[in-house]
Design a protein around this ligand. Sequence first.
Ligand SMILES: Nc1ncnc2c1ncn2[C@@H]1O[C@H](COP(=O)(O)OP(=O)(O)OP(=O)(O)O)[C@@H](O)[C@H]1O
Ligand SMILES: [Mg+2]
Length: 236
Amino acid sequence: MALLEVSDLVVHYGKALALDGVSLSVAAGELVAVLGPNGAGKSTLLKAISRAVPMSRGHIGFDGQSLDPLPAHKVVAAGICHCPEGRRLFPELSVLKNLQLGAYLRDDKDGIAADLARVWGLFPVLRERSRQQASTLSGGEQQMLAIGRALMGKPKLLLLDEPSVGIAHRLKLEIFESIRQIQRDGTAILLVEQDALSALGIAGRVYLMEHGRIACEGTSDALAHDDYIRQVYLGV
Ligand SMILES: Nc1ncnc2c1ncn2[C@@H]1O[C@H](COP(=O)(O)OP(=O)(O)OP(=O)(O)O)[C@@H](O)[C@H]1O
Ligand SMILES: [Mg+2]
């Protein structure tokens, strides 16, 4: 059975239709990417899963329970952490404090300490800068902090919204390598990404979104060899 099962999800902003019957699934430990042009509804999909926007219709099942009646903090408690577009850090607070706030629903001290050690291992630069204000980090380092903070919630499923946007090439490679490592360590990931080539390189399966719908889906290998995808998304 899938870890995350989204079926026929419809979301409106006022009268405007943003998601028009989206269905997708993510298995435990799987890395799935969602690609698509600006305005396709990718961020809205992640927001609907984490209950940051209300759904008009559809069903979201996670880890054997229905998320439909749950408020956002219960979704976090169920095991879904969202690393949103624009990162949403607490800029005045230190790196360490931002990470600790990611564990706000937990009281297992030893587990929190172990996860902090995991974040330091994934992103050593954050440890070096643990006392620094988050606002003073570079864009790439802030993205690492946003991912680290989401990991401090001990998710079974991590929702990542465009982790590589606006980041220097070297840090981008590092971030994609960390995402791969997070999956290897057993966390499932639903990754929204503009950089189709990088996403196809690390995801097992891919969904393509256009105009609020899933236009096609397949394994990364199959889509990387699809003529339409190559022309429109890879520019080759
Ligand atoms: N808060 C909002 N109020 C009204 N309309 C919105 C709101 N947020 C998004 N939309 C609209 O919903 C549609 C889907 O937006 P969404 O942000 O999900 O797209 P996206 O695929 O993430 O795009 P991008 O690649 O640019 O991040 C767009 O037409 C957008 O203008
Ligand atoms: Mg978006």
